[in-house]
Each structure stands twice: as C-alpha cells, then as structure tokens.
Design a protein around this ligand. Structure first.
Ligand SMILES: [Zn+2]
Length: 97
C-alpha cells in the first residue's frame, strides 16, 4: 500500500493530506498544481466499498440497530482511513465512464 504522489513534481502526499480531499480542489503543497483523481483509482475506491453495502441488512438480521450503527461507523472509519492508499492523481479531470 502506497500513498499517492503529485503528478507533476512527484511529491509524496502524507496520509493526513489526502484523508479528506475533493478531486480538482486538492493542490500539491510543493508545486501548487491541482490534483485530480484518476478514473482507475475512483473505481478502485468504490469497489472497496461494495462488499460493505449489504452489511446493514446482514447485521440487522441478528443485531439491534444500535449495534448495527456502531459497527457500521467503525467500518466506515476504517474504510476512510484506507482510502488515501487507493488514490492516484493526474493533471486533468478524467471521465468516470
Ligand atoms: Zn507537486
């Protein structure tokens, strides 16, 4: 697992710099170029989320809602924490499809 690099100067982003970012708004702190996420990395990030989508239904069938929400929250935090490792940046907005 590797954190993304700047497409322009190769600056290696820190985890806290990419934990919350919006494609096209993110700027490199080194060369100030805008960073757009690649279509490939966006797809990869959504694929990571897919296995978790039926989780609420599975959990509520044998757990109470309080537990379900607690577990979902933890899973979501772990998911967010891992997302920066899936991100890749490029110099222009790529079409998603
Ligand atoms: Zn840069």
């Amino acid at each position: 697992m590797k954190l993304p690099d700047c497409w322009s100067c190769g600056y290696n982003f820190k985890w806290r710099e990419v934990i919350f970012f919006i494609s096209g708004r993110k700027k490199c702190p080194n060369c100030f170029n805008k960073q757009y996420t690649t279509t490939k990395s966006v797809r990869k990030m959504s694929l990571w989320g897919l296995p978790f989508s039926p989780l609420p239904w599975i959990l509520t069938s044998f757990l109470s809602w309080v537990w379900t929400w607690g577990i979902l929250l933890i899973v979501f935090v772990i998911y967010l924490a891992l997302m920066p490792f899936q991100a890749e940046f490029t110099h222009e907005q790529e079409p998603l499809f």
